[in-house]
Design a protein around this ligand. Sequence first.
Ligand SMILES: *Cc1c(COP(=O)(O)O)cnc(C)c1O
Length: 510
Amino acid sequence: MDREQFRKAGYAAVDRICDYFENLESYDVVPKVQPGDIAKLIGDEVPEKGEPWADIAKDFDRIILPGITHWQHPNFYAYFPANTTFECILADMYVGAVSNPGFNWLCSPACTELESKVTDWVAKLLGLDQSWCNEGMVGAGVIQGSASESVITVCIAARERFLRLHPSTPFSDMVILGTTQTHSLGAKAALILGFEFVAIETRAEDEWALRGEALEKALRELEEKGKKPFILIATLGSTSTGAIDNIAEITAVTAAHPSLFLHIDAAWGGVFLSLPECRDEAFLDAINARAVKGAEEGAICAGGEVHSFCTNLHKSGLVTFDASCLWIRDRTLLTTALDITPPFLRTAQASAGLVTDYRNMSLSLGRRFRSLKIWWTLRSYGVQGFQKHLRRLVELARVFERELVREVEGVELFTNRRFSLVVFRVLPLPPSSPSLEESNALTRALTTLASHDHSLMLTPTTVGGTECVRVAVGSGFTEERHVRGLVGRLQALIGEAREEVGKERVNGTV
Ligand SMILES: *Cc1c(COP(=O)(O)O)cnc(C)c1O
């Protein structure tokens, strides 16, 4: 393709993308394909001769779209959302044009300096204070590909920090600490790095959040076993129910455990900190608080404070996948753990300490130019537009929650709505007694029936043995009529679920 062909194809692509959004609602949310259906439409080899662009472009409609799960669809309520915006789509085009791996400042000064600026912008948008910002070169904000990657990266920093404080600790004694509600990224980081992952139990009466007392008890038990927890992954907005660990109580406990690094995984929930009305429930003050004790020994020893924080703008934060923002209070924790500078990567600017080389804060050397899409989105929406988007999602979830409880007999909210996430389960109707087994069977039947309905998408979860359904409102295209429609659809599906489970009862299969 030459430049003039690109010009034409580019205009056509924008038209096609606009048509896609115009017709979005007419698609099934979940495609009706079987495993292998898409693969068999794709050739087995690289074509011997190049093909005309018109044929290639056509295959997006013929092969790819029929196999797309439409995350932007107004009836997508599964997992967590994956917002996109036109600003980001355009930014990705420009990034493609200047394609470069931006690992050192010199590799593209604009990539590095924009990344430092936009992560400062986002920190301020969320209410994170100056200590998290790149300004001053003590704290750092860095854009990673995912929250999982962010956790592995800080686990390495935490490991090095712990080993500096307690040299020659055997790896086999060192553990990564989380809770039963921590995202699987905790266990995965432990698996990759060769550590044990220890999950602290959380309780229904705490809304599945980690409390100070439980942490204290777990630390005591680990100490008795000779185990050395070196990082605690606390969660702000758990995947199952949106649980928020009690960061104020946690930092009160970790004050007496200065070698324990504290990371906050706010992959989904973090962006809601941009709403002042959500900051108390998300413990913003505790996230920003600095340690009193230990601070005089240098930041490396400070217990009782949050050391790193991560949120994904690519969930509810209007930025196209991928954009996981990671902040760390003391950037040297990352750079001492991750800096390997062979002669060919040396630059005069870095040697003089004038610039940030983001390769020293990331697992990989080369990195995508992700800051442009964040910058453009935030400039185009402004703080007010960003907040308005999130408030709209919260309001839609509130409407859904209210209508569900009002309109549908025998459903129970499993936890209080968190931001834009509603979690519920189906209960047996009287005179049946509300046994866990029975409600699990009904809820499971609902999830199975819903999975056969391609016009919407939901995900189930199990918390403490209770099966639930999650409704995560998050598409920028969802309107009130959609969530009201969802209530109606669920009402019908729950009716079918009751019939099915009732029949199985009669046949003695449950
Ligand atoms: C989505 C999510 C993750 C995983 O995020 P990735 O960026 O896909 O790694 C981790 N933790 C929480 C709480 C999440 O919501």
